[in-house]
Structure formats: structure tokens, C-alpha cells
Design a protein around this ligand. Structure first.
Ligand SMILES: Cc1ncc(COP(=O)(O)O)c(C=O)c1O
Length: 396
């Protein structure tokens, strides 16, 4: 967790915070770009300080798995962007998600989660948690039935919005209301929107998690994760990062810091490009349905207007000819890359059935909003005309 004093004196807007939050204040002749502190370990000034550290009275850096000055800059930026008291970075989005969940759950507890989730999170809950006595039950994006599902063992309400890859929305205010009514810890995966487009903690969520691999870093060149929330919650999540060993590497933290500085610009362009592509696809005769919250035809368009400040750079669409048509299209794209992951500057397409949502039954795929003809698109920051030209030739 962050320890260093930064140069922030007033509350900044998101674009300013992404650039300046957490950056150390130097005098004349100091570096403008942050340093990468590669050291795995740090010296104590004396055994007296060593003793103070052991007693929890010193916040000195001692070992990078426990904390590191470069990681602290990334953590302060994420905390500032999410409007959080604190944040902790981790080796991947899955490390942040599993540590956040394990920090809030005990054997015998239950989680209520949206069924529409990143496939890795869904498989963690389905295949790993039951081995530790944690039961997970799923609801639709409208959260209908949560009240009936809650038992004295229910401890966590977990949601993701917009969902991967169906792009449905969960009403964040409703989720907070339910969590408060039933005294549940509310955890939200904000990867798809990024804190530029929605700030769940400000609406009352307890913990926000991220795959920092995606929009936060933005250049498809690092794997990372983060959790943000109150100091109390983040100290607990940090403990799990320390003991399960999923800390971020300082080199990765540097790339994350560098990437976050352009989050505002990238996200604005990605929102514009995604809207242009969604409109093009919606008119195309070979496309059965386009899932983009910015389209008036989207079932959650009004909710998106209420709770997001932009509609994001992710969309998915269903091809009329099912899997054969989806494969034909995906094998023909030239400018788009056929690659998993999302949120980078370059545009990507994947078939969720074979990637993010592999190892799922037909019923689970249906629940996740994935059909055999579903193509997921991560829209980059290229010229929109070039992207649309590529889609046209691949669909022809
Ligand atoms: C919404 C969402 N959350 C979490 C993850 C997991 O992140 P990571 O791959 O960084 O572990 C992903 C990865 O695709 C994702 O899309």
C-alpha cells in the first residue's frame, strides 16, 4: 500500500489525477518521470527500526512483496481515480479479485454474484471456492431474486458492469441498496468502464477491483490488477496479496503508471470509435444484434446514461450465421487482431466461446449472454474509418 507523500493538495479531476496523483514532488533538477525502484529489499536504519516495524509502528519499506515506492505511485493514482482512501496493486486482475474475495470470506460463507462475469472469475467461483467451503449463487444483471437468495451465511455481493462479453449493465445504486439492506460486502469489477466512466465507491460500494492489464495500463504490454476501497478493507486485501504472493513487479508498476497518464485521452477516443462501429454494425445485414450500451436499442441504455459518463470501448455482436459466420468474419479481419484481452490502444476481436468463456456448458454460456455467433470487440484508438473499412471487408 502507498506510503509516500505525493504532490496533491486539492481534489483533482480524473484526467489530472491520472497524470499527477501519487507522483513524488521534487525540487529543481528532479526527474519528471517516476523512478523504477527494482530493489527487492530495503535497508533498516537500525535494529530499533526493525523492532518498530515488527511491532507495526514503522511504515518503512522493507521488502517489495510488502510494498515498494514504484508500486505506491500506481496505488495512489488508482486510489485518486476511484475516489478511494487506499488501493493495492497485484500481479494480475485475477490476483486482485481472488485476494479481495478471500479477504472478505470465510469457509461456510456464501457469495451472490451476477452470472454475467469475466469467465476466469466465474470459473474461480465455480471450480475453486467450493473446495474451501465457499458457496456461490448467481443472479441476472437486473439482480432480481437477491432478496430471496440471501441466507444468514451470505457475506458478499459481487457484480461486474458492463458485463463481459454481453455488455449488460447492473444498476450500481440498486446493488448498494441491497448490500446495505442485507449487510453484505459489495465488490465490483470496474475493468470494462474504468474509473473514467464510473466510480462505484462514490455510490457506496465497499471494494472495486480491476484487471489493470486492460484500460488502466492500456497498451497490452503488462499483466496487473488492483483493488481500491477504504483503508481498512485495502489493508486486509493487501495482507492476502502479501501472503498469497501475488504482488506486482516494479517494472510492471512503471508501465501501469505510464499507461494511466493517457487514460483520459484513450478512453475518450475509444468511446467515440466504439459508438461509430456499433452504429455501422447495427445497420449491417449479416449482424443479428449489437450489444453496446451507447445504442438506443440496448436494453440498459437509459441506465448507462444514468450511471456512466461514457459508454466505453467494448462491444459485442451476434452474427446471423452462428459460429461458422463468426469464425469466417474473425479469420478475415486484417487491422483488428484476433486476440484475447481488451482495453489496449489496438483493436481486437475474439470469440468468447473459445477464449474468455471456454470450459462452460451451453446453459452457462446462455446465462453469460454468449451465443455461438458472439464476437467480442475491444475498440482501440485507430482512425475509425480504417476500422470500419476492415470490418466491411471481413463481413463481405
Ligand atoms: C472484466 C475482467 N475482470 C478481470 C479479468 C482478469 O484480469 P487479468 O487477466 O489481468 O488477471 C479480466 C480479463 O480478461 C476481465 O475481462
Amino acid at each position: 500500500m502507498a506510503k509516500r507523500k505525493s504532490k496533491q493538495t486539492v481534489k483533482w479531476g480524473s484526467a489530472t489525477a491520472a497524470i499527477h496523483a501519487g507522483e513524488p514532488k521534487h525540487g529543481r533538477g528532479g526527474p519528471v518521470a517516476p523512478e523504477i525502484v527494482r530493489s527487492s529489499t530495503f535497508t533498516f536504519s537500525s535494529t530499533a527500526e526493525m523492532k518498530r516495524w515488527a511491532e507495526g509502528k514503522s511504515s518503512a519499506y522493507i521488502y517489495t512483496r510488502y510494498g515498494n515506492p514504484t508500486l505506491a505511485i500506481a496505488e495512489q493514482k488508482i486510489a485518486a481515480l476511484e475516489g478511494a482512501e487506499a488501493a493495492v496493486v497485484a500481479a494480475s486482475g485475477m490476483a486482485a479479485i481472488s485476494c479481495a474475495l478471500l479477504a472478505t470470506l470465510n469457509a461456510g460463507d456464501e457469495v451472490i454474484s451476477t452470472a454475467q462475469l469475466y469467465g476466469g472469475t466465474y470459473r474461480l467461483m465455480r471450480d475453486i471456492f467450493p473446495r474451501f467451503g465457499i458457496r456461490v449463487r448467481h443472479v441476472g444483471p437486473d439482480l432480481a431474486g437477491v432478496e430471496e437468495m440471501v441466507t444468514p451465511q451470505t457475506r458478499v455481493l459481487y457484480v461486474e458492469t458492463p458485463t463481459n462479453p454481453a455488455l449488460r449493465l447492473v444498476d450500481l445504486r440498486r446493488a448498494v441498496e441491497l448490500a446495505r439492506e442485507f449487510k453484505l460486502v459489495s465488490i465490483m469489477d470496474n475493468t470494462f468502464a474504468s474509473p473514467l466512466l464510473q466510480k462505484p465507491l462514490e455510490l457506496g460500494f465497499d471494494i472495486v477491483v480491476h484487471s489493470a492489464t486492460k484500460y488502466l495500463a492500456g497498451h497490452s504490454d503488462l499483466i496487473g490488477g488492483a483493488a481500491a476501497g477504504s483503508r481498512e478493507w485495502i489493508e486486509r486485501v493487501h495482507e492476502y496479496v502479501i501472503y498469497l504472493g501475488g504482488c506486482m513487479d516494479p517494472e510492471g508498476a512503471y508501465l501501469l503508471i505510464r499507461g494511466m497518464k493517457t487514460l483520459g485521452l484513450r478512453m475518450a477516443r475509444q468511446c467515440e470509435n466504439a459508438m461509430a462501429i456499433a452504429r455501422f454494425l447495427e445497420r449491417h445485414r449479416k449482424v443479428a444484434r449489437v450489444n453496446y450500451p451507447g445504442l438506443a436499442s440496448h436494453p440498459d441504455h437509459r441506465l448507462a446514461r444514468r450511471q456512466m459518463s461514457g459508454f466505453g470501448g467494448m462491444l459485442s455482436f451476434d452474427m446471423k450465421g452462428g459460429i461458422a459466420a463468426a469464425r469466417r468474419f474473425s479469420d478475415r479481419v486484417r487491422l483488428f487482431s484476433l486476440a484475447a484481452s481488451l482495453g489496449g490502444v489496438e483493436s481486437l476481436v475474439i470469440l468468447p466461446m473459445y477464449t474468455s468463456h471456454y470450459k462452460m456448458s451451453s446453459a452457462e454460456l446462455e446465462q453469460a449472454g454468449v451465443t455461438p455467433g458472439t464476437v467480442r470487440v475491444s475498440v482501440g484508438i485507430e482512425d475509425p474509418a480504417d476500422l470500419i473499412e476492415d470490418l466491411k471487408q471481413a463481413l463481405a
